[in-house]
Design a protein around this ligand. Structure first.
Ligand code: ZN
Length: 180
């Protein structure tokens, strides 16, 4: 399997989830997990860990998200979406296989991890909706990133990265002055 294949599949899965589950922003990641038969848990782990995905034969797949206060809600939602990505992109593996991914600060960015991030970004921030809301907030450039983060239930950092990907201009404001 190539990285390109993973990436295409990630896009297709995110698109399908919006269509099939009738999602609205902020995308309900718990509902997406539930519909896929995944048991999603939240518990405190050490700060180095964001979350994990585990699938063992004859058991429902499990996602655990680090709910520690050092992980803001938007970050936790991104992690949940990323782990759902692992579930979808591991579907080709044999049912007799054990599948385990541990995500955190030390996770190496291989094709699978990049595709799961891509899936998470698209599940939480679909292009058409981001573009529509971005335009709608034209008159409020100063707070646009913060409002988008709130509407889509993600971090401001994730919004800026998505806007950059989509070639949409955003400004960073600091002390009331614009920094480019
Ligand atoms: Zn991962």
């Amino acid at each position: 399997m190539t990285g390109v294949y993973f990436s295409d599949e990630a896009e297709m899965f995110a698109h399908k989830a919006w269509k099939a589950l009738d999602l609205t922003p902020p995308a309900d990641v718990d509902m997406v997990a539930r519909k896929l038969g995944i048991a999603l848990h939240r518990q405190e782990f050490v700060p180095e860990i964001d979350g994990l995905y585990l699938r063992i034969p004859d058991c429902p797949p499990v996602i655990a998200i680090n709910s520690s206060y050092v992980k803001p809600p938007g970050r936790q939602r991104f992690t949940a979406a990323h782990e759902i990505g692992h579930h979808l992109l591991s579907r080709g593996r044999l049912v007799s296989d054990r599948v385990f991914f541990l995500d955190g600060a030390d996770t190496k960015k291989n094709a699978m991890e990049t595709a799961c991030d891509r899936f998470a970004a698209l599940l939480l921030m679909p292009e058409d909706l981001i573009r529509r809301h971005f335009k709608e907030l034209e008159a409020n450039k100063e707070n646009r990133v913060a409002i988008l983060a709130d509407r889509f239930g993600v971090s401001a950092w994730a919004v800026r990265r998505r806007l950059k990907e989509l070639g949409l201009p955003y400004a960073t404001y600091r002390f009331g002055r614009q920094y480019r």
